[in-house]
Design a protein. Structure first.
Length: 210
């Protein structure tokens, strides 16, 4: 399966690299194409790079790993290419000073992104885990699998995303419809508060025991 990664920051690079390792055909993309090319080179395992438009057009699955604040500018240019595809939203609507979320209660970053790309199957996922964990390519802490929560309105799209989560070795937790992103995004804020504010560091994660 071809996975296009939009964004060459820590999240995009580390998830894309891990996906390439577990057998996905990964295409990195970014506004700065040199950064995307560098990410592909570092990932190895057949990863390539292209412009966002070319990457999305050729992909089966797309990961949005750029800042939420840039979503309107980035995704408006990809609207037609994204139609009918599965788009994973890994962003968090963080305030500039990381003090809280800029979207919540009656909507979420994922729902707002879905409005930007009508006809695209948006699934919220991967936003509650630190990049350092993805970079380590180790889905466990103290012998327990880290949970990756995912939510969306299209069941087949969710299964596609859950498969990627599981292939990376994480515990995939179906969290309901896309509106459940209103719960998942604050969980990411809690992770940030624990990791940075309370000094637990970034090699931490949540496990949903059931």
């Amino acid at each position: 399966m071809k996975l296009a990664v939009i964004g060459s920051g820590n999240i995009g690079k580390s998830i894309g690299s891990w996906a390439a390792k577990v057998g996905y055909e990964v295409i990195f993309s970014a506004k700065n194409e040199a950064n995307a090319a560098a990410a592909a080179l570092a990932a190895g395992n057949g990863a390539t790079s292209a412009s966002p438009a070319k990457a999305v057009k050729s992909a089966d699955l797309v990961l949005y790993a750029a800042p939420y604040g840039g979503a309107q500018d980035i995704l408006s240019e990809l609207k037609s290419a994204l139609k009918g595809k599965v788009l994973i939203d890994a962003s968090n609507p963080l305030a500039a000073d990381f003090s809280g979320l800029t979207v919540g209660f009656t909507s979420s970053a994922a729902e707002e992104i879905a409005k930007l790309v009508p006809g695209t199957k948006v699934v919220k996922a991967f936003n509650t885990v630190f990049a350092k964990v993805y970079d380590s390519q180790n889905p466990e802490i103290s012998g327990k699998k880290i949970s990756v929560f995912y939510a969306g309105d299209d069941e087949n799209a969710k299964k596609t995303v859950a498969e990627l989560i599981s292939k990376m070795g994480f515990d995939a937790v179906n969290s309901g419809p896309l509106a459940s992103a209103r719960n998942i995004e604050p969980l990411a804020m809690l992770n940030i508060a624990l990791g940075y504010g309370l000094g637990y560091g970034t090699s931490v994660g949540f496990s949903f025991n059931r």
